[in-house]
Design a protein around this ligand. Structure first.
Ligand SMILES: [Zn+2]
Length: 173
């Protein structure tokens, strides 16, 4: 098991649509374990495979720090099958540093997919679990929180990031 590097915006893989997992084998199980290690190491509440450089549809979520009634959830090929309500929720993302913004989300969602043993699983989420499911499944579709912000907010973030990267470059040279 190992902690993997988390790709950061604007890495191109974060904008790609991930592909379905065709077979759950030892290699996928290893990926899932590495994703769990990486998520816990980064103190995140969710992670999609594309964030660690794997273009397949796998997510891990553990919102128990915010909602103790929940526990670890691993889903392969997850999809949202119904959604209800609408709310603004403040979110951050391990791949989009220094960005904590209100994003429009559904209040309740139902999702289905496969467990790490290949069994069909369904989950009903409300609140933080619902937001995490939407956020991670967005990743599998190449969508980042930046894409859910207003054009102006997105521009401000891009400019801030550009400045930060330039400063880092200057400091290195
Ligand atoms: Zn994210």
């Amino acid at each position: 098991m190992s902690v993997l590097e988390i790709l950061k915006y604007p890495h191109p893989l974060l904008k790609k649509r991930s592909k379905p997992v065709e077979r759950i084998d030892e290699e996928i199980k290893r990926l899932i374990h590495d994703m769990m290690d990486t998520m816990y190491d980064a103190e995140g509440i969710g992670l999609a495979a594309c964030q660690v450089g794997d273009p397949r549809r796998v997510i891990v979520i553990d919102v128990s720090p915010a909602d103790p009634a929940q526990s670890l959830l691993v889903m392969v090929n997850p999809e949202i099958i119904s959604e209800e309500g609408e709310t603004d929720h403040e979110e951050g993302c391990l791949s989009v540093p220094d960005c904590l913004e209100k994003v429009k989300r559904r209040e309740r969602v139902r999702a289905r997919g496969l467990s790490p043993d290949g069994k069909a699983v369904g989950v009903e989420g409300e609140g933080i679990l619902a937001f995490a499911l939407q956020h991670e499944i967005d990743h599998l579709n190449g969508v980042l929180i930046l894409d859910r912000l207003s054009g102006l907010k997105r521009e401000i973030y891009r400019k801030k990031l550009k400045k930060k990267l330039m400063k880092e470059k200057e400091e290195q040279s």
